[in-house]
Design a protein. Structure first.
Length: 625
């Protein structure tokens, strides 16, 4: 009997440890880690085990999401993070010459500007804090006047008061600056507009700001341009979608301060993930790199097109009443404006945008083309033939979410003077092929009875210095369009994705998990989203399941979200799935232990039954034998 209870105790301990592992990485841990308040390295590792997130350099998205998820956090977490939502108390004020801005600052202490170090990096020769404060105020006056001249409605304030800007130490939080929404200032033109306030780092001298590359003055300039556009965005519609707010504010940095050029550093963060939808949730700083899409649209339709998107958003009703809960998807708005105002469509413009990433035929800021990072192929082939049996460097097939694209590169080897690329694709896929920068005309297109099609490209006169590059793009609002290609003509069938009841956009798409855990930023939701993108959307059966889920789950998720008991039960029900997806090794170990324990219990039960049977046989009267 003692051995049995010892084994049972081991199983219980392992079960508790397994549950703790699966429960690690809560929303509380996520925010504590993001704001630098995590209690230990182990805690930070638990948060990052499911999905990797990089703290953004602009603090607006994180503060905005913290407000949204505030009621979901433990009281102890709220106590720790309250200071993140409270404006600092500073001793001095300065009114800008225009009267539009009130700068709050300290003359001494941790929040005061470090004039000597600012002078070291800028050579400004400032003699006191007041001179730096005047530069800050003058910078914002310039930003205000420029946005006004471009046709933007400047950031609203309560009663027309000066806009409040607070200078203090933000380097410890990893922020250049942040904007926080305030009270409603709704009007007929801007029914969902709100006032806001701004916080800026006081000096921009910390190593995280790269002061040797971008001086404190330059960091001040682009931060003012960036953050004040966020203030404008809050005035247009507080329900704006965060990724596009960041893409627009980043694009505006270069429109106002063309000589700084920091935004080009963000492009690899987006070019590395173009196979994800353009409106993917924020993360990995790709939202900053997506400013390049605005560059393309402004080249095609003038910079006023970006303003038109925001003006259209201003009159758009939100899907719910709480701006801390929902956002208005920007993709349909962009498509609507392009169609109605410019006689084109997002499908057309997105495909041409994807082409321009490779062709590099930018027309605006042409003197900075060299700063734009080159396209990033997801695979480079140098061994032929290529067909579905190839797995290295990547299989020649891809499933793409809405408005996304991928490049493949082919390097001719000695003896390969021509190359034919055969492509089988679903109806939402568009392709292009380039030979050393020149676009190759499609040789043949065969449309199949189900709407799918096969395309053939042929390139000749290849040398070992040439490159052939294939672009595959999903230019629709529907996830799951797919394609495969080969160089020997062997292709596999493609399937048309099921069209969901509404186009996918913006958020995680993991509706029930988001409802259960309270936020699409929860590490477990991110892990499930990654599983969907990597394993479900890459095959026909998985795509069908996802389409059915998108169709059926939103009303269920809405019901679950409004009932705490159901949210708790759903989290419990998701534990096996979360364990299998995010912690597969622990899951396997647990199943082995649990299976072993079950066998032990079963063996003991059989032994007990047999023992009882033997005992009963010994007591049977002889007359019954």
């Amino acid at each position: 009997m003692g051995h049995f209870y010892n084994r049972l105790a081991v199983v219980v301990i392992l079960l508790l440890q397994f549950t703790a592992i699966v429960s690690a990485g809560t929303l509380d841990d996520y925010y504590l880690q993001q704001f630098g308040e995590a209690k230990s390295i182990q805690l930070q590792k638990a948060v990052l085990s499911g999905a990797s997130e990089v703290t953004a350099q602009c603090g607006m998205p994180l503060k905005r999401s913290l407000r949204r998820d505030w009621t979901l956090l433990e009281p102890s977490t709220q106590k720790t993070l309250t200071k993140m939502l409270v404006l600092p108390v500073l001793s001095n004020e300065y009114l800008s010459n225009s009267g539009h801005f009130k700068i709050h600052y300290d003359l001494s202490g941790v929040n005061a500007p470090n004039i000597s170090v600012i002078n070291h990096y800028t050579g400004l020769g400032l003699t006191n804090v007041g001179e730096w404060i005047k530069i800050v105020a003058d910078t914002f006056d310039y930003v205000y006047a420029t946005y006004s001249s471009l046709g933007y409605q400047t950031a609203p304030t309560i009663g027309g008061a000066p806009y409040d800007i607070y200078l203090h130490d933000l380097a410890s939080r990893g922020f250049y600056g942040t904007v926080d929404n305030g009270s409603s200032v709704a009007s007929s033109s801007y029914p969902h507009g709100v006032a806001s306030s701004m916080e800026l780092d006081s000096s921009f001298i910390d190593g995280s700001f790269l002061p040797d590359t971008f001086s404190p003055l330059q960091s001040l300039q682009i931060t003012a341009a960036h953050e004040y556009h966020h203030a404008i965005q809050f005035g247009y519609n507080v329900f704006f979608e965060t990724w596009y707010a960041e893409a627009t504010s980043t694009w505006m940095e270069d429109e106002l301060y063309d000589n700084v050029n920091q935004l080009y550093n963000y492009l690899p963060n987006y070019f590395a993930v173009t196979q994800k939808n353009i409106d993917m949730p924020i993360g990995g700083r790709s939202e900053y790199g997506r400013w390049i899409f605005n560059r393309y649209l402004s080249e095609q339709h003038t910079a006023a097109s970006i303003l038109n998107f925001w003006e259209t958003l201003a009159q758009t009703s939100p899907p719910c009443s709480n701006p801390n809960v929902c956002e208005i998807a920007m993709v349909p708005i962009i498509d609507n404006v392009l169609t109605n105002n410019y006689g084109t469509s997002l499908s057309v413009d997105f495909f041409n945008f994807a082409k321009r990433i490779y062709k590099r035929n930018w027309t605006d800021h042409s003197y900075d083309i060299g700063r734009i990072h080159a396209y990033m192929p997801i695979a480079t082939y140098s061994t032929y033939p290529i067909n579905i049996t190839v797995t290295n460097p990547a299989s020649p097939k891809i499933t793409l979410p809405h408005y996304s694209f991928a490049y493949y590169k082919f390097t001719p080897t000695s003896g390969v003077s021509s190359l034919s690329i055969y492509i089988n694709k679903s109806t939402g896929i568009q392709t292009a092929l380039y030979k050393s920068g020149s676009e190759v005309t499609v040789k043949e297109v065969k449309v199949n009875s189900d709407g799918t099609s096969t395309e053939t490209y042929t390139t000749t006169g290849l040398g070992t210095a040439d490159e052939v590059v294939l672009l595959i793009a999903n230019t629709t609002s529907v996830d799951g369009h797919n394609a495969n290609f080969s160089t020997d003509g062997s292709l596999v069938e493609v399937t048309e994705p099921a069209t969901p009841s509404s186009s996918v956009s913006g958020g995680s798409g993991c509706f029930i998990a988001t409802a259960a855990y309270g936020s699409y930023l929860h590490p477990h939701v991110q892990g499930l989203r990654h599983f969907r993108d990597r394993y479900l959307l890459t095959n026909a059966a998985g795509r069908s399941f996802v389409a059915l889920y998108y169709h059926c789950s939103p009303p269920m998720a809405d019901f679950i979200a409004r009932h705490p008991f159901l949210r708790g039960m759903t989290r419990m029900a998701l534990i096996p799935l979360v364990a299998a997806v995010i912690h597969p090794l622990y899951s396997v170990a647990f199943l082995i232990v649990f299976g072993t324990a079950a066998l032990i219990v079963r063996q003991r039960r059989i032994s007990t039954i047999l023992a009882h049977a033997d005992q009963a046989a010994l007591h049977v009267p002889s007359s019954h034998i």
